[in-house]
Design a protein around this ligand. Structure first.
Ligand code: TXA
Ligand code: MG
Length: 305
């Protein structure tokens, strides 16, 4: 898709005037607001039906901008130099002199921050001349949006920047760097193995985070249909999503068994079946390695009753 500067300019003017804008990132679509504007950020929560206790990620266009908001030590700095721009969110102590709206952090003394690699997202932040707070562009608890029409059907009045697709298809990896022992709070494209090797210490997943974040605690990332995991056949009344050699109907996350391809297809296919009115979606087993950890994490939460 052609990179449309005039649309991004229009979106940046909306951000500057305190409006909300949906924009693509390399992970999923976000609903953005000026992160320094409390009223605009409050509107994100009400639009999504998001509990005000669940803080937002701030998106920046440079490491310098991030350093004006959060406290980086040498280790955090080395980590972002390696992984930014890209699908890694760091939880860091907030700087005392930050100008981020209180609603963004839900009153915590830490902040989640990332620099996206998608060109539209980066240009939007640059043109808006402000960091942008953005959760995923879905009603709270539902599957994240990976295409423009996924956003529009839930939020018809929102200005949505176009994109061919959001490449990763799963939300960013979140690593908590604010405590002595680092931990992964949300699995994503950047795996615990690659973080461990970059940091030289073992980084483990910690489900019980300091905040009781809905995205980490209970049913989330969930279609309207029920989800049955590790299916090797489809029962009557079910629709299926296959993987590799396990075919459960027309949809297969990756016939060749490629986990990157599967991640990119997951939400899109769940939404297709939801739109068809599926009651139960049976999903083939996904190997629990690499990006498969993130796919299984999302499926577990989607399947939670
Ligand atoms: O890929 C992504 O990260 C996408 C795109 C739009 O950037 N954004 C996204 O945002 O997934 P959201 O709001 O759907 O998920 C953000 C997660 C939530 O689970 C929230 O609880 C957690 O980040 N979070 C935010 N601030 C935090 C903090 N200070 N400490 C721990 N977790 C935090
Ligand atoms: Mg979300």
């Amino acid at each position: 898709m052609q990179f449309d500067t005039s649309l991004i300019k229009k979106a940046s003017l909306l951000i500057q005037s305190g409006e909300l804008v949906a924009f693509p990132t390399e992970t999923v679509y976000g609903i953005g607001a000026d992160a320094t504007n409390d009223k605009a950020c409050c509107n994100i929560y009400s639009l999504k039906g998001r509990p005000s206790s669940n803080p937002l990620i701030v998106h920046v266009d440079s490491i310098e901008q991030a350093m004006s908001i959060a406290v980086f030590n040498e280790i955090s700095l080395a980590l972002v130099e390696k992984f930014w721009p890209g699908p890694l969110t760091l939880v860091l102590p907030l700087r005392p002199d930050n100008n981020i709206a209180k609603t963004v952090t839900a009153g915590l003394s830490t902040i989640a921050i990332r620099m996206p690699s998608d060109n539209t997202a980066l240009s939007l932040i640059k043109m808006s001349r402000t960091p942008i707070a953005a959760p995923s562009a879905n009603p709270s608890g539902y599957v994240s949006a990976t295409a423009e029409f996924h956003v529009k059907r839930h939020f018809p009045n929102l200005f949505v920047l176009p994109s061919d697709n959001t490449g990763c298809g799963l939300e960013s990896t979140i690593i908590d760097m604010s405590l002595d022992k680092y931990s992964v709070l949300r699995y994503g494209f950047i795996t615990p193995e690659s973080l461990s090797s970059a940091l030289g210490v073992n980084v483990e997943f910690k489900s019980n985070s300091v905040i009781k974040a809905p995205g980490m605690m209970y049913k989330h990332y969930s279609p309207q249909a029920s989800v049955r995991r590790d299916a090797i056949n489809i029962n009557e009344g079910e629709n299926g999503i296959g993987f590799g050699d396990v075919n459960l109907g027309a949809l297969n996350l990756s016939p060749s068994g490629d986990l990157t391809e599967a991640a990119a297809n997951l939400y899109r296919m769940l939404i297709i079946l939801d739109d068809m009115g599926a009651n139960v979606i049976a999903v083939a087993p996904i190997p629990n390695v690499g990006i498969g950890l993130a796919i299984n994490d999302r499926l577990k939460r989607a399947a939670y009753d």
